[in-house]
Design a protein around this ligand. Structure first.
Ligand SMILES: Cc1ncc(COP(=O)(O)O)c(C=O)c1O
Length: 302
C-alpha cells in the first residue's frame, strides 16, 4: 500500500502523483501543519465504487483545517467530488484515500504564508491488504506516552503534528513485541490507540471512552449507531484503564483496520470470539459494503 496510485487530484486537476513542485521552505513541513484524512472506498454493486462515510470525513477535514488555521478554497462537497474523481481516474474500487491540505512556502518563522491551502487527494490500492488487515487480532501494550492535553493542542484536528506522540508510542510498542499501543490522556483516562479508537465490551454494554484528548473517530461513531440498532447499551464516559480488566472483549476501530477484537493488553487477555463483537463486526462490514439495511446512505456514490 506504500505506492500511491498513478494519478492524484491536485489543486483542481488530476495529475501524475508527485507532480507538486514542493520546496524545502514549505511551512507545513517545518511546523507540522498538514491536515489529512484516511477514507475507504469499496466496489459497488453496479461495477463502480462507493466511498464509506465520505461526507463525514470531508466535514472532519474542513473542521481540522479550521482548528489549525488552514484556509481551504474548496467546500467539503467539492473535495468529496475530488475523491470520486481520483478513484475513477485510477480505475480503483477497493482503495484508501488520503486527502491532504497544507500551506505553501514561507519565510522562516511562524508567520503563515498568506495563500490558501494546497490540497491533494492521493489514492492507494488496498485490494490485496484488506483481508490480511481485517483478520489481525492486535496485541496492545499500555504506553508511557500520554495523549496531548486539549489545553496544549487541538486534539480534535487530524493534523500531522499530532502524530509525533503516536509514532513514539507505536515504535516503543513494536520494539517490545506488541502490535500497537494504548494511550491514556493527561488525566489518566483511556484515550485511544496510535491511529485507532478503542472500546470495551462488558456483557451487553459497549464501554466507549469519552476523552477530550482522542480523535472523534468515524468508525467508532458508526459502531455506536450500529450497536444501538442491535439493542446493545452504549456507555460513553471517561474510562479508567483499570476498568478494562473487567471487559469481556476489547476492540480497536479505524477506517483502515475496521473493527477488530484485541487479543490482549499487556497481561490481560480478551475474548476474540465474543458474540457481541462478532455481530458488530458483521454489521459494520455490511455497512462498509453499502449493504446494511437503513445505512445505505453511508455508501457515497459518485
Ligand atoms: C489518532 C487516531 N485516532 C482514531 C482514528 C480512527 O478514526 P476513523 O475511525 O475516523 O478512521 C484515527 C484514524 O486515522 C487516528 O489517526
Amino acid at each position: 500500500m506504500n505506492e500511491p496510485a498513478k494519478l492524484m487530484w491536485w489543486q483542481g486537476s488530476v495529475v501524475p502523483s508527485g507532480d507538486t513542485a514542493l520546496t524545502l521552505a514549505n511551512h507545513s513541513l517545518h511546523y507540522g501543519l498538514c491536515v489529512f484524512e484516511g477514507i475507504s472506498a469499496f466496489p459497488s454493486a453496479e461495477g463502480g465504487h462507493h466511498v464509506f462515510r465520505l461526507e463525514e470525513h470531508m466535514t472532519r477535514f474542513a473542521e481540522s483545517c479550521r482548528l489549525v488555521g488552514i484556509s481551504l478554497a474548496q467546500s467539503p462537497a467539492e473535495l468529496a467530488a475530488a475523491c470520486h474523481e481520483t478513484l475513477t481516474a485510477n480505475g480503483l474500487r477497493r482503495a484508501y484515500l488520503r486527502p491532504i491540505a497544507f500551506l505553501g512556502d514561507g519565510v522562516l518563522g511562524l508567520a503563515p504564508p498568506g495563500a490558501e491551502a494546497q490540497v491533494a487527494v492521493l489514492a492507494f490500492d488496498v485490494s490485496s491488504f484488506d483481508s490480511v488487515i481485517r483478520a489481525q487480532r492486535p496485541r496492545l501494550t499500555l504506553s508511557s506516552v500520554a495523549r496531548l492535553s486539549p489545553h496544549a493542542f487541538p486534539t480534535k484536528a487530524k493534523v500531522s503534528a499530532g502524530y509525533l506522540g503516536s509514532r513514539t508510542a507505536w515504535t516503543d510498542a513494536r520494539r517490545r513485541g506488541y502490535d500497537d499501543a494504548l494511550l491514556l490522556d493527561d488525566t489518566g483516562f483511556v484515550a485511544e490507540c496510535t491511529v485507532q479508537n478503542v472500546f470495551g465490551v462488558r456483557g451487553r454494554t459497549l464501554l466507549v471512552p469519552d476523552s477530550p484528548a482522542a480523535l472523534d473517530g468515524i468508525t467508532v461513531a458508526s459502531v455506536i449507531e450500529i450497536a444501538g440498532g442491535l439493542g446493545y447499551e452504549v456507555d460513553r464516559s471517561p474510562l479508567p484503564a483499570a476498568d478494562l480488566a473487567a471487559c469481556d472483549a476489547l476492540c480497536v476501530a479505524s477506517t483502515a483496520g475496521g473493527v477488530r477484537p484485541v487479543q490482549c493488553l499487556d497481561d490481560t487477555v480478551f475474548d476474540t470470539d465474543n458474540a457481541v463483537v462478532a455481530e458488530i463486526v458483521r454489521d459494520y462490514r455490511q455497512a462498509e459494503l453499502g449493504l446494511l439495511p437503513g445505512h445505505e446512505r453511508w455508501a457515497a456514490r459518485p
